[in-house]
Design a protein around this ligand. Sequence first.
Ligand code: 13P
Length: 254
Amino acid sequence: MSRRMLVSGNWKMNLNHLEAIQLVQKLSYELVDHDYEAVEVSVHPPFTDIRSVQTVVEADRMEFVVGAQNCHWKDSGAYTGEVSPPMLAKLNVRYVIVGHSERRQIFGETDETVNLKARAVIKHAMTPIVCVGETLEQREAGEAEATVEAQLRGSLRGISVEDLSALVVAYEPIWAIGTGRTATPDDAQAMCAHVRAVVDSIRPGAGADVRIQYGGSVKPVNAAELLSRPDIDGALVGGASLEADKFARIVSAG
Ligand code: 13P
C-alpha cells in the first residue's frame, strides 16, 4: 500500500482566464524544487479558465495537473449551461470534484446526482474527487459519522473495486469551509479513518488504496500536522489556493 499524497486547489468562482494564467505561472515558480513523486498537485479553475491553464501547463511542461470543479453526467445533449465529462477529458483534465458541499447546499445536488457524476467521470478515464462532510448541527447532534457514511454509500454506489481504489474522497466538514475554523488533526484523522472503513465495507479491498483528502480552512500553519496523520492523504484547499506562496507552502507540508 503506497498512497501518493494529492493536494488540490479548488479556486471556486474566482479568477478570470488571464488571472488564472498568472496564478499557475507563479505557482510553477514557487514549486520549482518540489518533489512531485511525493505529492501530486492539481488545480481546479472555473470552466472558462481551463483551456488557458491547460495550454500554459503543457507548453511550459509544468508538473501539476489540471482539474475541474464539477460536470454533468451525460456526454452531450440539451442541458443548457452544463459541461460534459468528454469535454473535460479532451482538455486533459485529470481530476473532477463532484458533490462539493456548496453544490449540494446551493444547487441542490443529491447523493444520487453525485453518484451519476462520479460514474461518468470514471467512464471517461478521469478521477472523481467525491466530497462529503457534515454540518455543524449534525456534528453537535452526534450525527457526523452517520451523515458521512450515508453520503458515501449513496455517492459511491455501483462503482467497481478497481475504480473505488483509484478514486479520491474529500472529507470537508461544512462548518470548517471558509470559516477559518479547521477540524482538529485528531478529529480530521478520526473521520478520514471512518471514511476508509466505510469505503472498505462498500468494496472490500478498496479501503487501503482510496485516497482521502481533508478540506476546510487548510492553511500553511495547519497543513503539516493535518497531512502527517495516517489516514489523511492530502488536502482540498479553497481560499489559500488562490495565493501561490500559501498554496506552495501547503504542498511542501505534504
Ligand atoms: P477553504 O479552504 O476556503 O475553507 O475551502 C475549502 C473548500 O471548500 C475546498 O473545496
